[in-house]
Design a binder for this molecule. Structure first.
Ligand code: PLP
Length: 388
């Protein structure tokens, strides 16, 4: 059966070039610990430095401002908890949005239980944070603002540059979770006015279990793990060499191919969106139509259960998701769609399709061919649809 993978925001396959770069570090060829002084160690240290340069280059940072972590989740935890711990004498107020990934949302809730005051900003019906709302939420106690660059569920691109400008004027540390923007749109830490930025390897065709936090020089932040002096004492533990080398190679390739690949995917995305909207009734596109990454389409089908739709798509070999991978399996509708003011019953019928390198025009044709039949069949079994 044909298989169409449309869940690239959940994870991506490791590119062959990336695997090739990693292999020596998984074998006895290059197993050294980069903290040691003999040849194996020096070789590892050199590869570590090169990977750091490649990741730094993708986001316009200096290599010494990149701190490797076990992924996007750890980077977000370090950004929030590390900043809170280092700045709590200055104030105990943090501003974030209500549509963040759980790695930020649940970390903010954890800090709330430990005496920090958190503002969860609302969003517009299109899923955008308003800069005016950020400005209004700032108090003398505010030490950190954390707003994601691109939302993982609806693909909206947030006004990071403007929020960063505001934060800098007020002397507040600014973090962005850029896991879904890096490799999809140009990301430059200076242009965006950010002090902290999270990225993850497995969302850009690198291996899972590795990511980084960019920390602008001079930013006050404490480590959250304690141990050795690795990563300039910000993140102890012997480095995940195969992972970091793979992440570096993935970052290098993402930078080289960004423009051409995103132009191509935008064409496929628009074909998918227009095709679904034209072929099926009672469907809405979630998220802003323009301020949106080239890879994301998110629809709500009225009178359809999202989970049933996903199962039917799976039977046709189409891999999609109901929002974030982390919430699939639970029947609660997405916190992002609810924050956008989408009613529960509509949010329940939502499907996210996220495009990537392996997708072709024929994949979209196939989805557009099978989707109307599936939706019609599910609706024919829905009492609500028949009574409408
Ligand atoms: C995937 C994702 C994360 C988590 O990254 P991991 O490397 O899987 O821990 C954080 N934020 C966003 C927006 C994501 O999409």
């Amino acid at each position: 059966m044909r298989r169409v993978y449309l869940d690239h925001s959940a994870t991506t396959p490791v590119r062959p070039e990336v695997l090739e770069a990693m292999l020596p570090f998984l074998k006895d060829e290059a197993f050294g610990n980069p903290s040691t002084i003999y040849s194996y160690g020096r070789e590892a240290k050199k590869a570590l430095d090169e990977a750091r340069e490649k990741v730094a280059s993708l986001i316009g940072a200096r290599p010494e401002e990149i701190f490797f972590t076990s992924g996007g989740t750890e980077a977000d935890n370090l950004a929030l908890i590390g900043t809170a711990a280092a700045n709590e004498k200055k104030g105990r107020h943090i501003i974030t949005s209500s549509i963040e990934h759980h790695a930020v949302l649940h970390t903010a809730q954890y800090l709330m239980r430990h005496g920090f005051k958190i503002t969860f900003l609302p969003v517009t019906p299109e899923g955008l944070v308003r800069v005016e709302d950020v400005e209004e939420a700032i108090t003398d106690e505010t030490i950190l603002i954390s707003v994601m660059h691109v939302n993982n569920e609806v693909g909206t691109i947030q006004p990071i540059k403007e929020i960063g400008h505001l934060a800098r004027e007020r002397g507040i540390i600014f973090h962005t979770d850029a896991v879904q923007s890096v490799g999809k749109i140009p990301v430059n830490v200076d242009e965006l006015n950010v002090d902290l930025l999270s990225a993850s390897s497995h969302k850009i065709y690198g291996p899972k279990g590795v990511g980084c936090l960019y920390i602008r020089k001079g930013t006050r932040i404490n480590p959250i793990l304690h141990g050795g002096a690795q990563e300039r004492k910000r993140r102890p533990g012997t480095e995940n060499m195969p992972g970091i080398v793979g992440f570096g190679r993935a970052a290098e390739l993402a930078g080289q191919e960004l423009d051409s690949e995103m132009e191509r995917l935008k064409g496929l995305r628009d074909k998918l969106i227009d095709g679904i909207m034209n072929r099926i009734e009672d469907v809405q596109l979630n998220g802003d139509r323009e301020k949106r990454v080239a890879t994301n389409a998110n629809f709500s089908f009225r009178y359809v259960e999202g989970e049933s739709l996903l199962l039917s798509l799976d039977m046709k070999g189409i891999c999609a998701s109901s929002g974030s991978a982390c919430t699939s399996g639970s029947l609660d509708p997405s916190h992002v769609l609810l924050a956008m003011g989408i009613p529960h019953e509509v949010a329940h019928g939502s499907v996210r399709m996220t495009l990537g390198r392996d997708n072709t025009e024929a994949d979209i044709d196939y989805v557009l061919e099978v989707m109307p039949e599936i939706v019609a069949r599910l609706r024919s079994m829905s009492p609500l649809y028949n009574q409408r």
